[in-house]
Design a protein around this ligand. Structure first.
Ligand SMILES: Nc1ncnc2c1ncn2[C@@H]1O[C@H](COP(=O)(O)OP(=O)(O)OP(=O)(O)O)[C@@H](O)[C@H]1O
Length: 318
């Protein structure tokens, strides 16, 4: 464990692990990606969110070198994915949406076999692959090490998918809906694993998920893609400032229910009590959740009100 020193310096060009400019993809006459400018720094965890069909998987597949883009620029670990070779590929970890091969192998066997592929690509401070036993512990499959893969449950199978993506100790990990089918414990274990990878292993992670609480918990930065366009890019807190209010205050006044969206929940509540004192009951304050922000932004974009180019919201780092 432990690689080189972590240097998270926003704005430092040298640290860009993924960089795209005007990335475009067309299937026949259908324009699926409409000019994405995306930048992910080393050690960052970025969640790519968006409705079904928005282009998330297509984006990831282009960055992984599985699909050739129709236009624009892309650099991943400093290399154009369309021209990249095996040494580059060995630095990536990939967890696809579904992967159903190798049903007759045993869990440990498969990981050891895949790990052998990565061994020649180890680097000083970054030996490859991970130890299989250690990795099985991380993904919660120690008890299934000798199980035949075809006998695993859906959630165990998904844990194995994560282990397969990780075995080569990737510099950059792509996770396409990694926690589908996870029970709450597996989900929590996975979240701890992501924090450990980014924090201790300096792994850069780009993940897609439809679980917005998960994105909120895991990601340093959220990118929202709608119909092939990035409509928002920033931390969860920055995104929430884009929609009206950052907290919701619910209460009853003389028995009548009220819900108000506010910036300053404390000040608002203080004012309520000053004005209405004991007439206020059932008070609740809740922070605007990423889900609310996300739905507001998708609705806003789809209703055509936002037509200008996407903007980056990391003004605080400028
Ligand atoms: N091989 C293909 N040929 C033609 N169209 C495709 C192909 N692959 C994807 N598409 C289309 O591209 C669009 C984007 O698909 P993509 O799978 O990237 O979306 P997504 O955001 O990952 O969706 P989901 O949340 O459902 O996984 C969709 O309209 C899809 O139908």
């Amino acid at each position: 464990m432990g690689s080189g020193a972590k240097t998270r310096s926003p704005g430092d060009d040298a640290e860009a692990v993924i960089e795209t400019r005007d990335l475009r993809m067309r299937y026949g006459s259908a324009e699926v990606l409409r000019g994405l400018d995306l930048r992910v720094r080393r050690g960052e965890v970025v969640a790519l969110l968006g409705p079904n069909g928005a282009g998330k998987t297509t984006t990831i597949e282009i960055l992984e070198g599985f699909r050739r883009r129709s236009g624009g620029e892309a650099r991943v670990l400093g290399v154009d994915p369309d021209d990249a070779g095996e040494a580059w590929r060995a630095r990536l970890g990939i967890v696809l949406q579904s992967w159903r091969d190798h049903g007759r192998w045993r869990v440990r066997e498969l990981l050891a076999h895949l790990g052998d592929y990565y061994a020649p690509y180890g680097a000083p401070g970054r030996p490859r692959p991970y130890d299989v036993g250690e990795l099985l512990g991380w993904v919660g499959l120690t008890g299934q090490a000798d199980a035949v893969i075809g006998t695993l449950s859906g959630g165990q199978r998904r844990r194995l998918d994560v282990a397969v993506g990780l075995i080569g100790r990737p510099d950059l990990l792509f996770l396409d809906e990694p926690t589908v089918g996870f029970d709450p414990q597996a989900r929590q274990d996975f979240h701890e694993l992501v924090h450990r990878l980014a924090g201790l292993e300096d792994t850069t992670i780009l993940l897609t998920t439809h679980d917005l609480d998960e994105a909120d918990r895991l990601a340093d930065r959220i990118v929202i893609l709608v119909a092939g366009t990035i409509v928002a890019d920033g931390t969860a807190a920055e995104l929430s400032r884009r929609v009206s209010g950052t907290a919701e205050v619910r209460y009853r006044l003389d028995g009548q229910a009220h819900v108000t969206s506010v910036e300053d929940a404390t000040g608002h509540v203080r004012g309520l009590f000053e004005r209405h004192a004991d007439a206020i009951t059932d008070l609740e304050v809740r922070r605007v959740r990423l889900q609310d922000v996300y739905l507001a932004m998708v609705r806003e974009f789809e209703s055509g009100r936002r037509t200008e180019a996407p903007r980056h919201l990391a003004e605080v780092t400028a």
